[in-house]
Design a protein around this ligand. Structure first.
Ligand code: FE2
Length: 246
């Protein structure tokens, strides 16, 4: 009797909430960016994500012409190899690939050629320089929208020049961007300033998507903690999280 009661109160593994069973930001294709180093590590991370309750993954290798000169073929071939390995090991996890585009001349060229890798309803994910503000971003947002894309800015809380002047978030949001925060930012994985900025975004209802930005196994370990952080737990009060529609 007592042991039965005890079992009912046994601590269960942390699980992602229902609104976050699809992840849209990670670096799980081995060897093509600063994410997974090997097929073995990719499989290990995908198994851990599955244990955390994820049901669908959209992985987003960097396309950054000066550091990671990936293209559509490299990413899609890498995805296929990963899917074959998942099947071989009987791991049931739907996985798609797009990219995390770095905002540079090459990105602008790909927008003009309409050659971006999309997911969901023509969504694309892009990032900015962490330290140097980009001038003319509104013009590029306009071009993206005109071309029919739905642009998502990756981890707005991580750009120092926005975090220092959070009123700027409203301006680029109004220009037509969707925002994806990193869940691990809510628990100071990236430092205190990022945590303050992510709290601002959450409290002001500016968040559209949440992502893991998984690069290595320790990111998934941190995620287990972050999904139970005080800040993350308040996210649904003021934000409509759209991961489930992807
Ligand atoms: Fe990323």
């Amino acid at each position: 009797m007592f042991s039965k009661l005890f079992n009912n109160f046994k601590k269960t593994d942390p699980k992602v909430p229902d609104f976050y069973t699809t992840d849209l930001h990670s670096h799980l294709i081995p060897g093509i960016d600063d994410g997974s180093k090997s097929m073995e590590q990719s499989i290990e991370m995908i198994k851990s994500l599955k244990n955390l309750g994820f049901k669908k993954l959209i992985t987003t290798p960097h396309i950054m012409s000066h550091r990671f000169p990936n293209d559509r073929d490299i990413i899609l071939n890498g995805l296929e190899e990963l899917q074959v390995e998942l099947q071989k090991q009987n791991i049931d996890m739907p996985i798609q690939a797009a990219s995390e585009y770095f905002f540079d001349e090459h990105f602008i060229e790909l927008i003009r050629k309409k050659e971006l890798l999309t997911f969901g309803d023509n969504h694309i994910l892009f990032e900015l320089s962490y330290t140097t503000p980009v001038y003319g971003i509104e013009q590029t947002i306009y071009e993206l929208l005109k071309a029919g894309y739905k642009p998502i800015l990756a981890h707005p809380e991580r750009y120092a020049y926005f975090a220092a002047s959070p009123e700027k978030y409203h301006k680029i949001k109004e220009a037509g961007l969707l925002f994806q925060i990193n869940v691990n930012s809510t628990d100071a994985f990236y430092g205190k300033k990022t945590k303050v900025a992510v709290k601002y975004l959450i409290d002001n209802g500016l968040v559209d998507f949440v992502g893991s930005d998984t690069h290595r196994p320790n990111y998934v370990e941190a995620l287990e903690k972050s999904i139970n952080s005080k800040i993350f737990k308040t996210i649904e009060e003021k934000n409509i999280i759209k991961n489930a529609y992807l």
